[in-house]
Design a protein around this ligand. Structure first.
Ligand code: ADP
Length: 448
């Protein structure tokens, strides 16, 4: 096992990885930008290295600075968290070239899954069903028209290099297709430097359901069941839960989706933690949309219902240990919900609302977990993602988890900061949400 690991991230996820490292007796090294001096993740680590100014491109995304910090402090492995460098194959290669272990999958599989049209084709061939659409990238507007005609409108034009909902455009009929392609290409070119696009049938009112997977270096893989993440704004998740209420509605959905995810894992020779994302149509058909080759923000829901520490497995597998858990040993205990706490204003189209926190107190108690990256007197700056914390609750069933969440949120005091807590409380009491009956546009339909 490693003696020392470096965490190439900030905020709640850096603090969360440090907690597991502490539990395992591993020394931790944090990195931080000038703006994050004194931040909770810096205080929590055994050692910390400043790596540059506030802007992420000058600090957290600087591969060399991160690797130099690891070398200087004798870190044998690097955990990337999520976001930032976590899905960057160039970073993984640089880490390995420096003789350091990357805690995550291989760079080749990251490259494959990072190209969404290539990943689609690969998944299809691996018995992991994809949304009806083009075979790989589309070369021309004429070809796009032909494919869209065959699929039937509406269709989605998506950027191959896409992420964060960028470069995704809806065409409701043939007249709107060319414009959707143009917009998609332009946005993808400026965000990713790659205008390549592909086309999918637009599934109306789908749910977002995803499967957590884990695989060791000897080809042994399991899935830790599904999470539902349909409460979204701007294609970003706001509330997640495990298991998905849809699993009670559609017989064998869990088994089939789990198997499809494992088919992909096996075909890709995947290692470490990953998430296979699907959309689920209202009639129960599910389709692969992408694979995230890293730990997800919402992983705690899975930890709450399975009792497994996913970060611990990530570290053990990276250190060469076998994944000592069999699929039939895993079971689901109760229900878990996660509310992402954003410094943002739901009444102003979810605009970020950075500011000072002042007094601060977190809820605690049975079945309540808070993963936070802030503390009393802390200042939320506009430099980084406005997500300040996650509240995760567990209960014997979905209603119990929801009631516990309401109690937790009412007891969460984040000083003067404007947050989306009031919106969470409304959603948690909304009859559609209580019925487990929401789709990916539901939140925006209700609140925008
Ligand atoms: P990104 O990589 O940009 O996050 P995804 O492919 O993961 O994009 O899709 C993000 C969200 O967009 C999904 O959770 C879903 O809400 C919606 N979406 C994606 N593809 C489709 C589709 N074919 N039909 C309907 N909604 C879709």
């Amino acid at each position: 096992m490693f003696d020392t690991i470096l965490i190439a991230n900030r905020g709640e996820i850096a603090a969360r990885v440090i907690r597991t490292a502490n539990k395992m007796g591993i020394r931790t090294v944090a990195v931080y930008s000038e703006a994050d001096a004194g931040a909770p993740h810096v205080e929590a680590a055994d050692e910390a290295v400043e790596i540059g100014p506030a802007r992420v491109t000058d600090s957290y995304l600087k591969i060399e600075a991160v690797i130099d910090a690891a070398k200087e402090h004798d870190a044998e492995a690097i955990h990337p968290g999520y976001g930032l460098l976590s899905e960057n194959p160039e970073f993984v290669r640089a880490v390995e070239d420096a003789g350091i272990t990357f805690i995550g999958p291989r760079p080749e599989v990251m490259e494959l899954m990072g190209n969404k049209s290539a990943a689609r084709e690969f998944a299809n061939n691996a018995d992991c069903p994809t949304v009806p659409g083009s075979d790989g990238a589309v070369e021309s507007v004429d070809e796009a028209h032909e494919i869209a005609e065959q699929l039937g409108y509406p269709v989605l034009v998506k950027a191959s290099a896409g992420g964060g909902g960028i470069g995704m455009n809806l065409a409701t009929n043939a007249d709107k297709l060319e414009k959707a392609i143009e917009t998609s290409k332009r946005r993808a070119e400026s965000a990713f430097g790659d205008p390549t696009f592909y086309i999918e049938k637009y599934i109306e009112n789908p749910r977002h359901v995803e499967v957590q997977v884990m695989a060791d270096n000897d080809g042994h893989a399991v899935h830790f069941f599904e999470r539902e993440c349909s409460v979204q704004r701007r294609h970003q998740k706001v509330i997640e839960e495990a298991p998905s209420p849809a699993s009670a509605q559609f017989e064998n959905l869990r088994e089939q989706m789990g198997q499809a995810a494992l088919n992909l894992v096996e075909a890709a020779d995947y290692t470490n933690a990953g998430t296979v994302e699907f959309i689920l149509s209202p009639n129960g058909d599910f389709y692969f949309i992408e694979m995230n080759t890293r730990l997800q923000v919402e992983h705690p829901c899975t930890e709450m219902i399975t009792g497994h520490d996913l970060v611990e497995w990530q570290i053990r597998i990276a250190a060469g240990e076998a994944l000592q858990v069999q699929q039939d040993e895993l079971s689901i205990d109760g229900h878990s919900i996660e509310c992402r706490i954003y410094a943002e204003n739901p009444d102003k189209r979810f605009m970020p609302a950075p500011g000072n926190i002042g007094e601060y107190s977190e809820p605690s108690g049975e079945g309540i977990r808070v993963d936070s990256g802030v503390t009393a007197g802390y200042k939320v700056t506009p430099h980084y993602d406005p997500m300040v914390a996650k509240v995760i609750t567990h209960g014997a069933d979905r209603d119990a988890a929801i009631e516990r969440m309401k109690t937790a949120l009412k007891n969460y005091h984040i000083g003067e900061l404007t947050t989306n807590i009031p919106m969470h409380l409304e959603v948690l009491d909304h009859e559609d949400f209580r019925a487990g009956d929401v789709h990916t546009s539901w939140l925006e339909d209700e609140y925008l």
